[in-house]
Each structure stands twice: as C-alpha cells, then as structure tokens.
Design a protein around this ligand. Structure first.
Ligand code: NAG
Ligand code: NAG
Ligand code: NAG
Ligand code: NAG
Length: 450
C-alpha cells in the first residue's frame, strides 16, 4: 500500500515536471471559495419537496418562469421565482405493476431501480415538452402539452433514447426538433451518441474500431457555430465523457485500466454517408480533455457560458481524483475556451495499430475535404452539399480516425482551482455584472456530501 502510494506520488511529480500542471504548486492553487454554505445553513432557502424521490432532471425555462423537475415517478412544473409557493403542477408517471414485476424478474432492485426514473425533460416545440423515463427497465417517452401538463394517451418507445438503468451516465438535448442523446442504453449494448426524432437518425460506428470505449457520459452542449459564420459553418454538439484510454502512454501502470476525460463533437446538419457510414455520423471526432493529473482524474460536471456569441463560449469542468488514489480526496476545476477545443479538432489525427493495439500519431496523408469537419461554403463550392456527397476516401478515413492527437488543455495551462479533501460533484456557472462594472463568471459547486 505504502509503495503504491509512493509510486503514485512519483507519477504525480513526473506529470508535474512533464509540464502538465503549471509551475505553480498545488498549494498556490488551493483557493478558498468566497462563500461556502453548509447543508445545515440551507434552512432559509426556499425548498420544494414531495412524495417523490430522485430529483435528477432539471429544465429551467427562464422566460416562462418555470422550472421543470424530472423525478422518480413524477414530473413537476415549479414557479422558478419561488419554487416553494405551492403553485406546482405535477404529472404522476409511475411504472406499471407488470413492468415493475418484469424488472424484478430481471434481477433488478425493486427498492431503487424498478421505477420510472424521468431522465429527460426538454422543450420539443412551442406547445410541447418531451420527456423520457426508465419505466422499470423498459424506457418510454412522451410528448407533453406544456399548458395542460398531463400525460398523453399515447406513449412512445424509449429504448433508443433513454437508458434502462437509472444510474447510468446520460445526457440528452433537443435541438431544432431533433433529439440528441448519449449513453449506454441497455446493459449489453455499447455506448452510443444517437440522433432521433429526425428524418435521418444517426449513431456512432462500432466497427472496425469502436468510436467510444466503455464511455460514461457527463454532459452535452450545443454551440451555434453557424451564427454569423463567415465560412458558412454548422452548429455543433459537444459531448463530455469518461472512457477507457488506449493511447500509447496509457500503459505506464498495467495494474489498472486508465480512464480519461474526453470531449467529442458532431455537426448538427450531418446526414450520414450514402454507402459508407450510412446512418452513422460522418462528423464524429474526439479529443482528450486534461485538467491537472492525466489518467487520475474523473470528470464530474460541465457547464458552459458565452458572452452573447459563440466564439466567446467557455466550458467549465470539475474533476475529482480517481479511486486509485484511495486515501486522497481532491478536486480540480478547469476552464476551456472553445478555441482550444477547435485547435485540437483541427490538428493531427491518431491511428490504431493493430499489432500493438495502441493509438499513435497518424502522419500519413489526409484526404479532402478535411475528415470530421462540417459542411462549409468551401465544401459546397467543391460540390459537397451535404455529408451524403462526401467522397468514400474521406468517409473511410473518418471511420478509422475518430481520435485526435492533440489534447485539450485548460485556459492558461492550469486549473482555476485545486482543493484537497473536497469532492466537487456538480457545478453551475453564472455570468454576472459586478459593482465595478465588470463581468465575472461565478461558479457554484456542490460537494459530495451536500
Ligand atoms: C411565481 O412567483 C412570483 C413571485 O413570488 C409571483 O409573482 C408569480 O405570480 C408566480 N407565478 C405563478 C404562475 O404562480
Ligand atoms: C421486492 O421484492 C422482494 C422479494 O422478491 C419482496 O419480498 C418485496 O415485497 C418487494 N418490495 C416491493 C417494494 O415491491
Ligand atoms: C409539437 O409537437 C407535438 C407532438 O409531436 C405536436 O402534436 C404539435 O402539433 C406540435 N406543435 C407545434 C406548434 O408544432
Ligand atoms: C434514488 O434515491 C434513493 C434514496 O435517496 C437512493 O438510494 C437511490 O440510489 C437513488 N437512485 C438514483 C438512480 O439516483
């Protein structure tokens, strides 16, 4: 145990001298939050509670003044100015006794798992919301009239939209009517980023290389990169997750399987390929996201803000130390500018070496238009009006090269904050105007014990 700890410390030092964390020591970065509110002090805060458990899904519609909350067996609509004013509306949406019984037969826990955990609540259109629940390991979805706020008579199959397992990492967004979800849907299935509720449903590729390896999803973010784009670019969806790494340096400690944080992206107007990558993303790319100690950090939460236009998009992420550290608890918060993500996605690719089973730098020729990029004015001029027109050589390349060589490093090359003996498990960010007339990003971080 001692030796193991010493070995990890050595790795940490090595990482430090390799230039991962900054020249500043961790002690300097150990900042004290301006305000810390303990759970006990929360008594004056307005709170909403009900018979339901597991308030896992939130959707805030600021203009309408409504906070929707997806819970176990229920969806609530609360007054966002005062969630405790008693004006809440509720949809009861329990799993049927038959499905609960089936769930129990499958060996699932009838005290926690065999319920309808609502995992998705999103705005579908002007009149309707869209919600999905695990429904005792038999996922279902529903388009809900937001004014009437009742379940419709007809429910939709949810098995490609919502995980079966209520505790599985999951993220879902509805963008211009299309549903973009990422998770491992069923226990036996592979993790997947999917588009549904769309004329062209899409998935990630599974052969010959898996684009995702045992991925556990944390968050997804839409960035409207088509807005005022001089090159006629497309809107993009960014996915943040943890996955098993197979890069060259990942094997330095064979005793554990290294998991790393990643960011992936797809283009909103992707239609898939015609023959190659049919009904698959043609724009999938992923890169490593590093904060402080590569291979020993676990991504917990991501939040983005922008200053009114997409080039100012900033992502904030919280990380904790992975279980390999055993006796040590620590958290880090990093900030990533969108330009840094773009740099990685515009850089060199990795390739998979069958004989060594590792990913290494690809230094061969790259076909045009650049694989993984969205359709732009330039590609339209060259006759590629949609992803369906892309040449086979480009699509074959995309299939085999999902991983980028460059890592996404935090702004200024170091974390904003490293804190020992604390687990920041969730964060939210608000851009606020201060008395000095300046804009500040205020980070709200929740800890592992409240
Ligand atoms: C929500 O709360 C605000 C402030 O308490 C109140 O003015 C408003 O009427 C409430 N809205 C509804 C729909 O109850
Ligand atoms: C759960 O299953 C156990 C054993 O099958 C049964 O005894 C128990 O009553 C069930 N609990 C509920 C809440 O259904
Ligand atoms: C919104 O979607 C629902 C469900 O698909 C549909 O019934 C309704 O007509 C749509 N409303 C609008 C305004 O498009
Ligand atoms: C739901 O809440 C119960 C009680 O707090 C907890 O034991 C369980 O793990 C929760 N389940 C999920 C999926 O969050």
């Amino acid at each position: 145990m001692r030796r193991r700890m010493a070995w990890y410390l050595l790795v940490l030092l090595a990482a430090a001298t390799m230039g991962y964390p900054s020249r500043r020591s961790a002690v300097d970065l150990d900042a004290t939050p301006r305000t810390t509110i303990t759970y006990k002090e929360l008594s004056d805060v307005r709170r909403f509670s009900s018979h339901a458990l597991n308030y896992t899904t939130l959707l805030l519609e600021d203009e309408k003044g409504i906070l929707y909350v997806g819970a176990r067996g229920a969806i609530f609509a609360l007054n966002s100015s005062n969630i405790a004013d008693g004006s809440q509306r509720e949809i009861r949406w329990e799993a049927s006794p038959e499905k609960q019984n089936d769930c129990l037969q499958k060996g699932k826990n009838n005290k926690t798992e065999c319920f309808n955990h609502v995992r998705l609540v999103q705005r579908l259109n002007d009149t309707h919301l869209y919600a999905c629940g695990t429904y005792a390991f038999h996922p279902l979805c529903a388009a809900i009239d937001a004014d009437r706020f009742v379940l419709p008579p007809h429910l939709e199959e949810g098995k490609e939209k919502c995980p079966y397992d209520p505790a599985r990492g999951y993220t879902g967004l509805i963008v211009d009517g299309g549903l973009y979800t990422a998770t491992r849907y069923e226990f036996r299935s592979l993790p997947d980023i999917r588009r549904n509720l769309h004329q062209r449903p899409l998935k990630t590729e599974e052969s010959p290389v898996h684009w995702l390896n045992d991925a556990e999803f944390v968050a997804s973010v839409l960035v409207r990169e088509s807005e005022h784009s001089p090159v006629g670019d497309d809107d993009k969806l960014y996915y943040f997750f943890m996955e098993r790494a197979a890069e060259e340096s990942a094997s330095f400690d064979k005793s554990h399987v290294a998991r790393v944080a990643r960011v992936a992206r797809v283009c909103k107007s992707d239609l898939g390929g015609k023959k190659i990558l049919q009904r698959k993303w043609t724009s999938f790319m992923k890169a490593r996201l590093v904060c402080y100690i590569p291979y020993y950090e676990v991504l917990k939460g991501v939040h983005s803000v922008d200053g009114g236009s997409w080039p100012s998009t900033v992502f904030y992420a919280t990380f904790t130390l992975s279980a390999q550290w055993r006796s040590m608890e620590a958290s880090a918060v990093c900030q990533y500018n969108i330009s840094e993500l773009q740099r990685a996605f515009e850089g060199p690719y990795m390739q998979y070496q069958d004989n060594t089973r590792k990913w290494t730098l690809y230094d061969g020729e790259v076909p045009a238009p650049r694989p993984g990029s969205c359709i732009t004015n330039r590609s339209r001029e060259d006759g590629y009006r949609s992803s369906q027109d892309l040449p086979n050589g480009v699509l074959d390349f995309v299939k085999l090269h999902p991983l980028m060589f460059e890592e996404v490093k935090p702004a200024r090359g170091e974390p904003l904050l490293v804190k020992k003996n604390v687990l920041y498990t969730a964060l939210a960010v608000d851009r606020a105007l201060a008395l000095d007339g300046q804009q500040y990003d205020v980070l709200f971080m929740g800890t592992g014990d409240g």
